[in-house]
Design a protein around this ligand. Structure first.
Ligand SMILES: *[C@@H]1O[C@H](CO)[C@@H](O)[C@H](O)[C@H]1NC(C)=O
Ligand SMILES: *[C@@H]1O[C@H](CO)[C@@H](O)[C@H](O)[C@H]1NC(C)=O
Ligand SMILES: *[C@@H]1O[C@H](CO)[C@@H](O)[C@H](O)[C@H]1NC(C)=O
Ligand SMILES: *[C@@H]1O[C@H](CO)[C@@H](O)[C@H](O)[C@H]1NC(C)=O
Length: 528
């Protein structure tokens, strides 16, 4: 059942599990499966397949006892190795040999074309004539196997750990997003597959699988320094971000090349700062179905120029990622829908357009073009070496103002692992809004919508950065009030003003201790 492959995801152990159970009379899982008679059948007997463990039988997840069998085996296994998450692979179902046709189901009068070369229906899989519990043929049920296995695995982990399960499945169907994350399968280390990872990710988001990503640097074939450097610049913003490769390919750890390591520090550093934003988007995906990574047309449906954009994407409604997808490129052609867009690296106003605009952006080797839309409040934390450490750092708010000086955004928080139990779990939802007065003073307000998580913890916003302030000149002084009381706004406290004049002024307001779970009003006034 379980291949000896354990990966360490920043203190989180994910183990890969094969779908086929090795035929081996000394293997308890096999023996118990035989006793309970839960394997897939063909022609009246267990169907014999062959995958990485050797000769195998496949559990039939349509059998009423299969999920319980699976749960008990996972629980037994976790007594030996207490993995956190399970990666269910080869579950299309993949089979290393082509079964001989037995009846008409195995040889329908058409060819499927999922590989582009019209292979027979039984090619490298379980035959269409195999039979599930209740007489359901594999022909009718083939596409459901991954979904049923993901559901059984999710429930097994939930029962055994008491925590929110993490399952990663290669095969999915409509509804799988409720139980599992998904990666795009065996891609190759090619520039084409780097590009296709974007439309594939966006499609799966729309299919209801928000936790989605492609193997960074490419799975099959040998990657290169340049490709890997560009891939991490894109892959750091996949909702599911993982570097992975096939056996017998060259090593591709990001630290192997100084240039790739530099790109990775930059891109992953930003990802980790964005974790509160990603997490809030996961909450939104859970409650509304909106994907985390979205095509531009999702947020700008009135702009027909966005319809064909498949080389860029949005995270939520506010963050636009415009990666390099060609070898040798030092610029990237990006489309910006109407509005103001600020660089997430230096907070400069990069583009302001009334109707949408195509822009050529500089993109030297270590550059990742990520922009935030005017009107967005991004909750950030600090980057750290692990996600759990990053989630213990102080919050910052990054406010990108529209031309009329407004912005809004949300922050969702919980402990990240408690299951929802009838809605009783601890969680907090805070909404931020921002407005600019005629005197140029900026007000940021918070509204605590729900607060059972943050109220028992001291979570603090230590800094607010306001981008895109309209300013006639450099202000001589910023005066900062929190809930009506003046606070230290000295440079020592971290308060300063950058890029004076025009539309792109940036006010950094530091030294704050705004409590996330308590409503506040921050007022920043400028004197000239
Ligand atoms: C199916 O089973 C019958 C009876 O055991 C056997 O004669 C036949 O060869 C089997 N067919 C296949 C394709 O395995
Ligand atoms: C089945 O797929 C393999 C590749 O996985 C291919 O080499 C083989 O030719 C296919 N078989 C047929 C009969 O098309
Ligand atoms: C990938 O490697 C295989 C050999 O393993 C080769 O046949 C194929 O052409 C390579 N693909 C690319 C895109 O280089
Ligand atoms: C990848 O590189 C290794 C080591 O140089 C080589 O053995 C292997 O054949 C290469 N694989 C492909 C698909 O080119």
């Amino acid at each position: 059942m379980v291949a000896p492959l354990l990966i360490y995801l920043m203190g989180f152990d994910l183990m890969m599990m094969m779908t086929g159970i090795r035929i081996d009379a000394t293997y308890g899982t096999f023996v118990r499966g035989m006793q309970q008679d839960i394997f897939l059948k063909r022609n009246g007997t267990n169907f014999l397949g062959n995958v990485w463990p050797g000769d195998v039988y496949f559990p039939d997840f349509m059998h009423p006892s299969a999920a319980e069998f699976w749960a008990r085996e996972i629980s037994l296994f976790r007594r030996t190795i207490p993995v956190d998450g399970l990666w269910i692979d080869m579950n299309e179902i993949s089979n290393f040999y082509d079964p001989e046709p037995m009846n008409a189901l195995d040889d329908p009068p058409y060819r499927i074309n999922n590989h582009g070369d019209h292979r027979p229906i039984n090619n490298k899989t379980v035959p269409a004539s195999a039979v599930h519990y209740g007489g359901v043929t594999e022909y009718d049920a083939h596409n459901l196997f991954g979904l049923l296995e993901a559901r059984a695995t999710h429930r097994a982990l939930l029962r055994d750990t008491g925590r929110r399960p993490f399952v990663l499945s290669r095969s999915t169907f409509v509804g799988s997003g409720r139980y599992t994350a998904h990666w795009t399968g065996d891609n190759a280390a090619t520039w084409g597959d780097l590009r296709y990872s974007i439309n594939t990710m966006l499609s799966f988001g729309l299919f209801g699988m928000p936790m989605i990503g492609a193997d960074i640097c490419g799975f099959n074939n040998n990657t290169t320094e340049e490709l890997c450097g560009r891939w991490i610049q894109l892959g750091a913003f996949y909702p599911f971000s993982r570097d992975h490769s096939a056996i017998f390919t060259v090593r591709r750890e990001l630290y192997l090349w100084p240039s790739v390591a530099a790109s990775a520090r930059k891109a992953l550093g930003l990802r980790y700062q964005l974790l509160p934003y990603f997490y809030t988007l996961m909450y939104e995906a859970h409650t509304t179905g909106a994907p985390i990574a979205r095509p531009l047309f999702f947020s700008y449906p009135q702009d027909v120029a966005t319809y064909g954009v498949d080389r860029q994407f949005l995270l939520g409604r506010g963050v636009l990622v415009s990666p390099v997808l060609e070898p040798g490129a030092t610029t990237v052609d990006a489309y910006f829908p109407a509005g103001r867009w600020f660089s997430l690296y230096d907070y400069s106003l990069a583009v302001a357009t009334k109707t949408g605009q195509r822009v050529t952006l500089p993109a030297p080797a270590d550059t990742v073009n990520v922009h935030v839309a005017g009107g967005t409040v991004l909750p950030l934390q600090q980057s750290a070496l692990t996600t759990s450490r990053a989630r213990r750092t102080a919050f910052h708010l990054l406010v990108a103002l529209t031309e009329d000086g407004t912005a809004s955004g949300d922050l969702f928080l919980d402990d990240g692992e408690s299951p929802e139990m009838g809605g009783r779990s601890d969680w907090s939802l805070v909404k931020f809004s921002c407005a600019t007065g005629s005197d140029g003073a900026i007000k940021v307000r918070s509204e605590v919508v729900h607060n059972s998580y943050a109220q028992s913890r001291t979570l603090v916003i230590s800094k607010v950065v306001l981008m895109g302030h309209r300013s006639p000149a450099a202000p001589k002084k910023l005066t900062v009030h929190v809930n009506g009381a003046e606070v230290d706004s000295s440079a020592e406290a971290g308060t300063r003003y950058q890029n004076a004049g025009g539309l792109g002024g940036v006010a950094h307001v530091g030294g704050l201790s705004l409590v996330v779970g308590e409503e506040f009003e921050l007022n920043v006034a400028m004197s000239y």
